[in-house]
Design a protein. Sequence first.
Length: 250
Amino acid sequence: MSGHSKWANIKHKKGKADAYKGKMFTKLGRELVVASRASGGDINDFRLKIAIENAKAENVPNENIQRAIQKGIGGAEGAVYDELRYEGYGPGGVAIMIDILTDNRNRTAGEIRHIFAKNGGNMGETGSVGWMFEEKGQLRIMREGLKLSEDDLMMLALDAGADDFEIDERGYVVFTAPEALEGVRQALLDQKISVVEAVLSPIPQNTIEITDAELARKLVRLMDTLEDHDDSQGVYSNFELTDALANEDF
C-alpha cells in the first residue's frame, strides 16, 4: 500500500504509530475482503496470498485475517467494494494518483475532489496523469536481521528477475515487472530473507524535485489528507523533496 518509496519514508517518519496502525489494519482488511471475494477464497491466488503476507507483516492478528477472508467469501454479506483509481494534480502541478476501495463511489468521488480543491490541487479525468507512471512490483526488505551484504542481496534480486534495487534509511526496495513480483519474492523467501511488504504500485517515470519549503508543506498536507481518507488504499506522486526538506517536521 506504498507509493514512491521516498514518499513512503517521509510518511513513515511523520506518522503517529497508533493512528498508522489503525488505518493500516483497516486498509489491509479491505484488501483481504476484495482479494478473497475475487478468488473465491483460494489461498494460492496471487493477490490473496500477497494480501495475507502483507497483513502478517503488519502484525494483523490471524483471527482478523480469517474474518476478513470469510467476509469476502460470504459474497452478499457486508459491504461490496468498488476498486477505483482517481487522478489529479497537486500544488506546483505535481501528478497524484489515489487507489480507492469504496462502497459508495459517488460519496468518495465528492470527498476526494473536495480534498484536492481545499489543498490547492484539482482532480482530473481518468488518464490525465496515469501516463506519467509505470506499474511496478515493490518488495521491501528491512535492514535489521539481514545476513547478506547489500551487494549480495542486490545480485540475488537481480538474478531472480528484478529490474532495480534501491537502498534507503529503512532498508531496501526491490522493483520488478508486475509479472515477476511473485517469482522474485519467492526467490528471496527461499534464501530466508524476510519480505515485509510486497505490492504492485504505479512508479513515476520521472520525478520533480521540490526545493521550496512552502510548496513542500502544501504537498505533504495534501498527501497526508488523501492517505487518511477512509477509502484510500494508496497514494502515489511524482515529486521528491530535497533531503533537507524531507527531514523537516511540517
